[in-house]
Design a protein around this ligand. Structure first.
Ligand code: TYM
Length: 336
């Protein structure tokens, strides 16, 4: 495929804490695979992260850690554009314009806004409300065709499409209409908490035992898997409704080892949870070991990371400016 026939991919991850196995299996794992056949742009979305309170030094550290983890997970800064959102002012600038093309009612319907408002009742700020508009700006600025994300982001992708459609209706040909690119069910689309397997595994899980972090030490990973909530039946079969805990573990084991669900069920037929849970733990330890070690090395090379995010921002800013200029012209702003 020639360079200009290639489609464009955009995705982002918030540095709002430590990355989880859910972030990896649902999204980041797929990023390097895509960089072979697409123009890929991957962002660390620090501006989204401040919609909930962050400690400044911790946010700076987490931002560099996500960038290092992108590279440790296989992204190549020579092939993909890797950058930090706040380094490209066009994100905030386009978000303002798009705010004026987003209806209060449609933003009010976002379940993530409702969930986060409930969790942070003392800080229901306007940024939390317009979060999906900034996300739409991220995607539309780069004229992205595909957005690889976990299924928890599907409502945000839909509102992005609604905003793009409304804007294109008034000003035809402005934005490429993006599509969500989700893992299949059972292949990482949604990884659940080990402590409460009906809930998504999340950086903000109040029970730290439910959440595997990419930087967890092997002994912590093993302990969390051994304590994972299952059921009293002791049969290792996929049944997401009746046996959500075991099904979540089967999915994780299959992804970590590259086996199919049927192969995993066969491997553990007639065996108990006492054997299964540590096997899942060990598979995840081996999956994450190289990522953790490479991340640690990269975090020690601050100059290299700086070079990556500086060059990434330059390339991203060039592309973003083209779209922003077009939008400003269409809405009637006088050219600078
Ligand atoms: P964030 O930072 O919450 O999560 C990053 C990515 O990880 C996926 N993910 C999961 N997938 C499966 N199972 C889970 N338990 C799980 N937890 C998280 C998310 O779906 C996501 O793909 N709003 C976005 C960040 C963002 C963005 C963007 C994404 C900002 N602008 C533009 C794409 C395009 C978010 O909060 O992701």
């Amino acid at each position: 495929m020639s360079e200009n026939q290639k489609k464009t991919i955009f995705s982002g991850v918030q540095p709002s804490g430590k990355l989880t196995l859910g972030n990896y299996l649902g999204a980041i794992r797929n990023f390097p695979i895509l960089q072979q056949s697409y123009h890929c742009i991957y962002c660390v979305v620090d501006m989204h992260a401040i919609t909930v309170r962050q400690e400044a030094a911790a946010l700076r550290r987490a931002t560099l850690e996500v960038l290092a983890q992108y590279i440790a997970c296989g992204l190549d800064p020579e092939k993909s554009i890797l950058f930090i959102q706040s380094h490209v002012p066009a994100h905030a600038e386009l978000a303002w314009v798009l705010n004026c093309f987003t209806m209060f009612g449609e933003a009010s319907r976002m379940t993530q806004f409702k969930d986060k408002s409930a969790k942070h009742a003392d800080n229901i700020n306007v940024g939390l409300f317009t979060y999906p508009v900034l996300m739409a700006a991220d995607i539309l600025l780069y004229q992205a065709d595909l957005v690889p994300v976990g299924v928890d982001q599907s409502q945000h992708i839909e509102i992005c499409r609604d905003i793009a459609g409304r804007f294109n209706g008034l000003y035809p040909g402005t934005f490429v209409m993006p599509e969500g690119y989700y893992p299949k069910a059972g292949e990482g689309a949604k990884i659940n908490s080990l402590a409460d397997p009906r809930m998504k595994m999340s950086k903000s899980d109040p029970n730290p035992g439910g959440c595997i972090l990419l930087m967890d030490k092997p002994e912590d990973i093993m302990r969390k898997f051994k304590r994972a909530v299952t059921d009293s039946e002791a049969s290792i079969v996929m049944d997401p409704v009746g046996k959500p805990g075991v099904s979540n573990l089967i999915q994780i084991y299959a992804l970590a080892t590259g086996k199919t669900i049927a192969e995993v069920e066969n491997e553990f037929a007639g065996k108990g949870y006492g054997e299964f849970k540590p096997a899942v733990g060990e598979a995840v330890v081996e999956l994450l070991r190289p990522i953790r070690e490479r991340t640690e090395q990269l975090l020690a090379s601050k100059d290299y990371l700086e070079q990556v995010y500086t060059q990434g921002a330059q390339k991203a800013a060039y592309l973003a400016r083209k779209t922003l200029d077009k939008v400003y012209r269409k809405v009637g702003f006088v050219a600078r």
